[in-house]
Design a protein around this ligand. Structure first.
Ligand code: NCD
Ligand code: ZN
Length: 351
């Protein structure tokens, strides 16, 4: 039985939702993650530093008293975002990035940005103040094939943005293609990228062949095997541009297993580091997990590494078929099947 002790990890992209949902998501994510970048796509979205401060308080009130968890807040960019909002956010110690959702690209993105070029004065201010730009990198043109939307976004928007703003720090969120991997590798260290565990574990066959699996439907959608392999290669390569971001995005089972449309988002908050360990172990790269999960993201965000540790052991356990989610329930990734690694301590506890 293999074991692995690593510095306490952080999650650089997560959706905790709000209200009745917040208790379960916060319990799960604070189990061993020290910090997490909290996505702002609430309804209505997190638009100002004041919105972010009160959302942060609501999250902290759900963290069990024996744990320490630091929610790193983000703002949601819209066509109306003002320079003043950015200047204020850059001064705030709780806001670490602004998130760009192209309008209509994903769940809760209706209030997102319609004209990306219209945001250039905002990017200018972000570049000046050092505030990071987190991007959902997919075009929304209904004529563009859903499997090509990330690749086209790179050509159409990311290349011009990095040319125009040479020192803007950008996180290309939840990358899913070989083209995105190559683009991040070819860009200097001001660009980082998060990689989810579901995009490392699965490809579109897992979602579509033998019957559609709603639990695996997310955006950007799972791609073909060669892209999955490129992501695994990037995550395990020791390149500091790539780091852990679960994009754990819960939806009630009723919204995913729905006769009319399936909500986009995969829930991995219940077993995130365990599932990443599985991917790294099965690719003979366990030694690369600590940097990916616990160091490179913090370095990119200019934050210190955590100092406590967690211990994982290689052992089988069965993931519950459903999990409580507010007044309702959700179907997590791996529902009813075995997970091969387990965390055996709370951070810093001896085992
Ligand atoms: C996310 C959600 O549900 O909020 N969904 C998803 O499929 N990943 C939004 C996002 O990150 O795209
Ligand atoms: Zn997300």
């Amino acid at each position: 039985m293999r074991t692995l002790t690593i510095l306490q990890p952080d999650d650089w992209h997560v959706h905790l939702r709000d209200g009745a949902y917040l208790a379960e998501t916060t319990q799960d994510i604070s189990r061993y993650f020290g910090r997490a970048i909290i996505m702002p796509n609430l309804v209505p979205p997190v638009l100002t530093s004041a919105d972010a401060a009160s959302y942060r308080d609501r999250i902290i009130s759900e963290v069990p008293s024996n744990r320490s968890f630091d929610p790193l807040m983000t703002l949601y960019l819209t066509d109306q975002t003002s320079k003043k909002t950015i200047t204020e956010a850059a001064k705030s110690s709780i806001i670490h990035a602004c998130k760009l959702y192209p309008a209509g690209a994903t769940t809760h993105s209706d209030a997102g940005v319609n004209t990306i070029e219209g945001l250039y004065p905002i990017f200018e201010e972000m570049q000046k103040t050092g505030l990071r730009l987190a991007i959902h990198g997919e075009v929304t043109d209904s004529k563009v094939d859903i499997f090509d939307r990330e690749k086209i976004f790179i050509e159409q928007y990311l290349e011009p943005i990095i040319r125009q703003f040479p020192s803007l720090k950008i996180i290309f969120e939840h990358i899913t293609t070989a083209e995105a991997v190559q683009f991040v590798q070819a860009t200097d260290s001001r660009m980082g990228a998060t990689i989810t565990v579901h995009h490392l574990l699965y490809n579109r066959n897992d979602m579509l062949a033998g019957g559609i699996k709603p639990a695996l439907y997310c955006l950007p959608v799972l791609k073909r095997d060669q892209h999955q392999q490129a992501l695994i290669q990037a995550a395990t390569s020791g390149d500091p541009s790539f780091f852990l971001g679960t994009d754990s995005a819960p939806h009630p089972a009723s919204a995913k297993e729905n006769a009319c449309g399936c909500a986009a988002g995969c829930y991995t908050g219940h077993a995130a580091i365990e599932l990443y360990a599985e991917v790294f172990a099965s690719n003979n790269a366990l030694q690369a997990l600590e940097n990916f999960a616990s160091c490179y993201g913090a370095d990119f965000y200019g934050l210190a590494h955590n100092t406590k540790t967690i211990k994982l052991i290689e052992t089988e356990w069965t993931c519950p078929a459903r999990k409580r989610f507010g007044e309702t329930d959700l179907v997590p990734v791996r529902a009813g099947e075995n997970i091969h690694w387990q965390v055996v301590n709370e951070p810093g506890e001896s085992t």
